[in-house]
Design a protein around this ligand. Structure first.
Ligand code: PMV
Length: 351
């Protein structure tokens, strides 16, 4: 991995002063997927997961305490949030307020460059940025693991976006008190060997998804006969993935990521009723990935809660892969990402 990609959040150890703080975070794409919760309130996953944070689509969030306000004010790209989206942010701020022992409401303004709700991890960058900014604005002074735990409460995958490069989110212990379970479930950076990867993203549809990942996970865990076998095999996938990353073996990393993602989608297809995020254009892209491999290019696909496809390859092959994907979906958008930085506070705005 290239040296400039910091995988530890920056600016987090300065003494936090209650007031105003702005944070930036990037989305991450899981190579070993998080799919299924064992506790919805605490957002505790059934399995460990592992991801790569991207260097594109940053989310910037500013949190300003507003003592005179009765309610939180939340905007996304300048538009006030309403309904469930607003409720999620307010519930998250309640958690921060409870920990800070402060009742003050806040004004939260987010600029999102990720297409929202399209399986491109906008909630990961969104809640990672919110966790870092809110923790600083409310003066919590949390370390990186604690920020990861906090971000997890907003959206599970956000726990990993606190870190740059590759991050492993521990599911944590299955027994014990709520407090012990919460403490044990956080992400941390994963060291990798010589690897210069790119993720080429084929956006075949950028609109919001029909079924939320929360609902889809619940349905899959509750009804899919394929869920338990996938959860068991995902443990082996993770162990194999760690070895492959350590060795810097991109082909092995890609093969494991692809099988883990296809397995996750199989669990959803077997849910009752089925959850199907994969669209015809998704399969067209998967065919082009197979063709790239036949042509000797190391390219491996992964898909999340949406029809878009992310193709892992060597950075040096990214242009060729992007060209093939553009040919496969001429109406889509194709972007190239590399490993990106962890969440960080923007300086110079402490009060
Ligand atoms: O964090 P959520 O609730 O948006 O769940 C995301 C789940 C997947 O993106 C499908 C997989 C993953 O590990 O990111």
């Amino acid at each position: 991995m290239r040296a400039e990609h910091r995988n530890t959040p920056t600016g987090l150890r300065e003494p936090a002063t209650a007031g105003t703080a702005t944070a930036v975070a990037h989305p991450n794409i899981a190579l070993i997927k998080y799919w299924g919760k064992r506790d919805e309130r605490l957002v505790l996953p059934r399995t460990d997961s592992l991801s790569m944070t991207l260097d594109i689509f940053p989310t910037t969030t500013r949190v300003r305490l507003a003592p005179d306000r009765e309610h939180d004010a939340v905007t996304l790209d300048g538009v006030p949030l309403r309904g469930e989206a607003r409720r999620r942010v307010t519930a998250f701020l309640d958690l921060v307020r409870q920990r800070a022992g402060l009742a003050r409401r806040a004004v939260v303004d987010t600029e999102n460059t990720v297409p929202t709700g399209a399986g491109l991890a906008s909630s990961a960058s969104g809640f990672a940025a919110l966790a870092v900014a809110a923790a600083a604005a409310y003066g919590l002074g949390l370390d990186a693991a604690a920020l990861s735990r906090l971000a997890r409460r907003g959206s599970g995958s956000a726990s990993r976006s606190v870190f740059g490069g590759f991050a492993l989110w521990h599911a944590g212990p299955d027994t014990g008190t709520d407090e012990e379970a919460d403490l044990g479930s956080y992400a941390e950076p994963v060291p990798v060997g010589e690897l210069d990867p790119a993720l080429v993203i084929a956006v075949v549809h950028a609109g919001p998804k029909a079924v939320s990942s929360r609902e889809a996970m619940r349905r899959t865990v509750d009804t899919s006969p394929l869920y338990e076998p996938w959860a068991v095999s995902s443990k082996d996938d993770l162990a194999d993935m760690r070895v492959a990353l350590h060795r810097g073996d991109l082909d092995a990393v890609g093969e494991i990521a692809e099988r883990n993602a296809l397995g996750m989608h199989a669990t959803m297809l077997a849910a009752r009723p089925a959850v199907r995020y994969l669209a015809p254009a998704t399969l067209t892209v998967l065919d082009s990935v197979l063709q790239l491999r036949r042509d000797g290019v190391a390219a491996y696909a992964t898909m999340d809660a949406g029809p878009n496809v992310k193709v892992l390859c060597r950075r040096g092959d990214a242009d060729r892969v992007a060209g093939a994907l553009r040919g496969a979906v001429p109406d889509g958008q194709v972007l190239v990402a590399g490993p990106g930085p962890g969440a960080r506070l923007l300086c110079g705005e402490r009060r």
